[in-house]
Ligand binder design. Sequence first.
Ligand SMILES: Nc1nc2c(c(=O)[nH]1)N[C@H]1C(S)=C(S)[C@@H](COP(=O)(O)OP(=O)(O)OC[C@H]3O[C@@H](n4cnc5c(=O)[nH]c(N)nc54)[C@H](O)[C@@H]3O)O[C@H]1N2
Ligand SMILES: Nc1nc2c(c(=O)[nH]1)N[C@H]1C(S)=C(S)[C@@H](COP(=O)(O)OP(=O)(O)OC[C@H]3O[C@@H](n4cnc5c(=O)[nH]c(N)nc54)[C@H](O)[C@@H]3O)O[C@H]1N2
Ligand code: SF4
Ligand SMILES: [Mo]
Length: 721
Amino acid sequence: MEEKRVICASCDIACSVVAQVEEGRVVKVRSSRNPLFRDNICMKGIYAPKGFAHPNRILEPLKRVGERGSGEWQIVSWETAMADIGERLRGIIERHGPEAWAVSTSQWNTSTDYGLGRRVMNLAGSPNWISGVSLCAGNTAAVNRMTYGWFPWPDYTQTNCIVLFGHNPRRHSWTPIYNNIRRAQKRGAKLIVLDPRRSENAELADLWLPLKAGTDAAMCLGWLNVILEEGLHDEDFAARWTHGFEAFRERIREYPVERVAKITGVDAELIRKAARTYATNGPSVIPWTPITDQQRNSTSAIRLHCALRALCGYLDVPGGETLQGFNPNIVPESAIELHGALSGAQRAKQLGADHHPAFTYRGTAALKEPTRRVWGHEYANLITGSYMAVPPAVFQAMAHADPYPVKAFFVLGNNALMSYANMHLIHKAIMNQELVVVHEQFMTPTAQLADYILPGDAWTERPWLHDAWGWMAQVRPSEQAMQPPGECRSTFEFWRLVAIQLGLQEQFPWASIEEFHNYRLKATGLTFEEFAARYDVYFAGTEKFKKYEKTGFATPTGKVELHSTILEDLGFNPLPYYREEPPPNAEFPLALFTGVREQEYFQTGHRHIPELRRRKPEPEMYLSAATAQRWGVEQDEWVAVRSKTGSVKLRANIRDDMPENLIRVPHGWWKPEMPQGVGKLSGAWDYADAQVCPDDEDFLDREQGIPHLKGIPCRIDKLAA
Ligand SMILES: Nc1nc2c(c(=O)[nH]1)N[C@H]1C(S)=C(S)[C@@H](COP(=O)(O)OP(=O)(O)OC[C@H]3O[C@@H](n4cnc5c(=O)[nH]c(N)nc54)[C@H](O)[C@@H]3O)O[C@H]1N2
Ligand SMILES: Nc1nc2c(c(=O)[nH]1)N[C@H]1C(S)=C(S)[C@@H](COP(=O)(O)OP(=O)(O)OC[C@H]3O[C@@H](n4cnc5c(=O)[nH]c(N)nc54)[C@H](O)[C@@H]3O)O[C@H]1N2
Ligand code: SF4
Ligand SMILES: [Mo]
């Protein structure tokens, strides 16, 4: 038996693990013996080889032969598929301009396409790239950059206090973060959890603040009110290193604790106690949380997290939150992407940038010079969350040619139909395309609507360099453990072939993925093979703390922008604020949130793996006993949860961790065993939460245009037997 050191990509947290190989196939995945990674593995990683060897795996390129979504496919070669795709894409670009080509990718691609997709799009002239990272980490990275020029990583090893805004890592959900938190607690670090539900982490916390869903920004305003009024902040830092402190303080005065208690539903004294603990028991950390990525006050909430870190003196100090910069010995994805190649005229066409610019080219333009000054590159695309188009605007253009037509849609490692808000619009958008290309491992509901499905390889089947999402200055190698089955090929290969079709070979000079990795590692003097043999993890030797004392922050003012000059220039409120919820509504008196990730699956994936599916066969809504009683819902009864945009069928699970009038809707359910094709989509029309998530302006964050998934008005309807 042979062993290979690989990086798991069965979720997006990227554990370093070991693959055991017999007769050219991975038979088992176990945890690494390196003490840094030893405890990091979950059931999804363990069952990954079964998932990849499953008969549902797509092994050959498929060309649609019937109507779109008819489920009639013909097997073709990669060469035939790519020639036809190339010809049709060139035609669409000729007729409608390169902006008529949109691409949607996911977290997977932050680790597996290395920025090559953006490179090809930028060279071809399309600014319309979207991704799940607009709802998860990427947008937080972009808003952090707007405030202090980089996205910090918490120093779990030395922190004294961890604050989780909703975020709830468990043994089988983002295991490395779960382990980091538990180790810190064992050392004596305090844990503060803000969650409407008594979550697993709330159970283990020193303080639990059961706030109303969607009110995180208001809570932060309350904390800052306590901290500034009681003088618990770092005055020296505020004076020397922040821009707009006095105006910010005035804004904070508008949110006395009593007002915040009313908005959030949390006792005023508990709010004070938590704020004091954060400010005086430091260094404290607020690890990035997807919860505030998915709210209509997202930009304010994220900026308030930034302000808390900065004003309490926790930025770039041991035990606080570190601004690590680029690893100087590897070519960063931000440089591979060649954003400079996209003309000003094409940038200006980026969809959504006029109304919701925060993470678009327009919103990030003012960071170019400061980023070069401080971090040595003009573009810093951390977690690929900057320079994106706005998803709802892209779907609008695809469905209604508004403001111009988008006619080609490429989807890589992403179940786009189900992974944004308003599935009805996304469905219409996809049906209205001339060319839909999906690079996938499985016949997802999105793939069922494609013209071409190209079979993707898996993380055990390719050599890979993980650059920590550009977030930390570390690089980890992942060895290829086996050959991909059938005709499965990597995203690298996909983009190489697209580049050839668009006549861009010169700017895509790498014939193989190894050559490309060697190019990225050149400054280390090692080839990928040598690098992988030598390192489990490679840290860059940059200065560790308070680098800003030498360079300033990478913002237009060189300071932490509590008052954002960027937002001001874009015509938005430069100070954080709280936008009140719409008043309760007689038709939809309950609220729902999507989330509480399933420990057995990653997002919309993995339901085909029997060992995992047995553990959680059906999509479950959670509700409290009192809410169930009021709505006449029995345990295990199937009901419809309806919002103004649609409804989903779910099995009721009455739980004592749920507060009243709040419903949990699970994300991403479809059943691979159910009938495929238009109108059915393997149960996506029954279960997919994207149907109940609205995307009208009331439910979009103003600055970013991302949808509100935490606190959507809804009701419960009985299902006919
Ligand atoms: N409505 C709604 N939308 C959401 C969310 C929500 O709660 N509700 N959550 C948001 C969040 S937090 C996230 S992270 C995103 C996640 O959105 P995505 O990143 O799109 O995640 P998945 O749903 O897992 O879809 C990934 C797809 O890639 C395929 N795949 C896996 N590995 C590979 C590979 O190596 N190569 C290729 N070619 N394909 C691969 C899988 O089979 C799967 O179909 O969704 C966001 N969107
Ligand atoms: N096994 C497994 N692990 C995963 C994933 C998976 O699909 N499966 N997905 C991964 C991904 S991409 C992500 S983004 C993370 C997400 O993982 P988490 O960050 O843990 O998010 P959730 O599990 O969706 O919800 C966490 C908590 O948020 C609370 N909550 C709901 N609404 C609000 C609100 O408005 N404010 C606050 N403060 N809390 C609220 C819920 O009650 C819940 O307890 O999980 C990752 N880990
Ligand atoms: S938490 Fe599980 S699925 Fe995610 S990377 Fe680690 S082993 Fe893989
Ligand atoms: Mo996520």
